[in-house]
Design a protein around this ligand. Structure first.
Ligand code: PLP
Ligand code: ZN
Length: 486
């Protein structure tokens, strides 16, 4: 199954070793760095209008599930599977959850837009939430809220998180290799997605999780979809990741973590849909939570390739948001000055930081369990994205995340805590004057609210939380109910 359009390549410019597309690798055999999927797509250049027309025409899917899929609708931009023109050929190899993944687009969430600008706030003297009425906003503020601020709700994917985008591509690569057994370490959403895609393909899935380190909804999905679920006692994501990476080849497992470069190809389509939703007008900012930094890496690669292909001229800045309890990127980037530096990353800074974490037995700790990760596997690729996009890294507390999450809910959407880091981070960057009123901003909401019901219930059960909506308890009597609601 060789094809001449795609190959794998080490990200280290001093190594640059290439590998065939039909190999299952998670790192460079020579130097141990991450790999990219690369393309010889000279023939595509100058095809801007042809490609944009094709993407647009496929919205009338004509019953083709690969046009329905928000990943494969953009198949020319991740053509590692070879023949993109011939339905007979590509329909045999592309994996999709029957066209369901990636049907997302950017939305305006005006209440969240107001919150980000500081116009929905808690007044400590009056002890209540004060919301500036829309009429009192300046015209620039109204413009920001109504037209310049978007959130793309990746929680609308079939398993409730953006991970499905990656699985469509990762499973396609696995299928090209004839693999029928896949696995991952997970904080819950990867395992849900792996389990669902494996179920749909009738393959075996094996997932490693830290016991009690995974939100309720995610564990429920993983079990229901039939994955063999291994809980590591006393372990967290970083432990599960280290274990599965170590044993994967012994138990003949194709690894679906974001260390897998093919998975990240699917996650590029999150950006294609952002741009498609904005009629290919490039925003000023993309804001995304940072966990294993797969999205941050995939987004940067997407922009590099779109620029190379002439589909965009401008590059937006990427803002990556860490939780303060899992802030490796924030610390390395902002405090220790770690940079991609054209590929010459100072490995010593990373090694010393990780050695300190190990020595002092420091573990990630945040209620945003999807980003509760201290050793992000895609660290270097994320640094590359930051350099290419002139990006920034911010961090937010669990409290800031919880309030931001409640505000997303008030827009009738709803996301899990990690996703709300996007909103809390945007607010903070706005306060600091880094994101400006006239900027066009697209935040990615990575996962669905129903994933982590405990986080939501805990917040709303405590009336001290400023946006809490505590339930009203009444006795089972008509009078009591009426008097409580009058
Ligand atoms: C996986 C996940 C993240 C972290 O994304 P990375 O690409 O690993 O940085 C954030 N939010 C949710 C909901 C996730 O499932
Ligand atoms: Zn290498």
């Amino acid at each position: 199954m060789n094809n001449n359009i795609a190959f794998q390549k080490c990200i280290n410019p001093d190594c640059n070793t290439t590998y065939e597309v039909n190999r299952q690798l998670t790192k460079c055999e020579k130097c141990g760095n991450l790999l990219d999927v690369m393309y010889n797509w000279e023939s595509y250049k100058q095809l801007k209008s042809v490609l944009l027309n094709a993407f647009s025409e496929r919205k009338n899917d004509k019953g083709n599930i690969f046009n329905q899929s928000g990943v494969w609708r953009f198949r020319e931009l991740l053509p590692f599977f070879g023949n993109i023109d011939n339905y007979e050929e590509y329909s045999k190899v592309l994996v999709s959850l029957d066209g369901a993944e990636g049907n997302t687009k950017p939305f305006h969430l005006s209440q969240v837009g107001k919150y980000v600008m500081g116009k929905v706030r808690f007044d400590n003297n009056e002890k209540k939430v004060i919301e500036t009425s829309t009429e009192l906003l300046s015209s620039d503020e109204q413009e920001f809220m109504r037209n310049n601020f978007y959130l793309q709700f990746e929680g609308a994917n079939p398993t409730g998180s953006f991970k499905d985008n990656g699985m469509a591509a990762g499973f396609t690569h696995a299928k090209m290799l004839g693999v029928r057994k896949v696995g991952c370490a997970s904080t819950g959403n990867t395992s849900s997605a792996v389990a669902a895609y494996a179920a749909n393909e009738k393959w075996q899935a094996v997932v490693f999780i830290g016991k009690e380190k995974i939100a309720l909804g995610k564990l429920a999905q993983t079990l229901e979809y039939g994955a063999t679920t291994v809980q590591i006692e006393g372990g967290d994501f970083d432990d599960a990741m280290a274990q599965i990476a170590d044993v994967a080849s012994d138990i003949n497992l194709y690894l679906m973590n974001s260390i897998n470069p093919f998975r990240l190809e699917g996650q590029k389509t999150i950006i294609f849909r952002v741009l498609d939703g904005l009629n290919w007008e490039v925003p000023d900012w993309i804001v995304v939570p940072g966990g294993n930094l797969g999205n941050s890496s995939a987004f940067g690669k997407a922009f590099m390739e779109l620029k190379e292909l002439g589909l965009i001229d401008k590059i937006p800045r990427i803002a990556i948001i860490n939780a303060t309890g899992a802030n490796t990127l924030y610390r390395l980037f902002n405090e220790k000055g770690l940079r991609w530096n054209k590929g010459h990353v100072d490995d010593k800074i990373i090694e010393e930081h990780y050695a300190t974490l190990d020595k002092e037995n420091i573990k990630a700790k945040t209620s945003a369990s999807a980003i509760e990760i201290l050793k992000p596997v895609n660290l270097k690729k994320a640094l590359r994205s930051l350099e290419f996009t002139n990006g920034v890294v911010e961090q937010v507390t669990d409290e800031e995340i919880a309030h931001a999450k409640a505000i997303v809910g008030r827009n009738g959407f709803g996301c899990e805590p990690a996703s709300a880091a996007t909103v809390a981070g945007t607010k903070k960057l706005f306060e600091k004057g880094i994101i400006k009123l006239n900027d066009k901003v697209v935040g990615i909401l990575t996962g669905h609210q129903l994933k982590d019901p405990n986080a939501t219930i805990n917040y709303h059960s405590d009336s001290n939380n400023i946006f809490a909506n505590t339930p009203i308890t009444v006795t089972n009597s008509r009078e009591d109910i009426i008097s409580a609601l009058k």
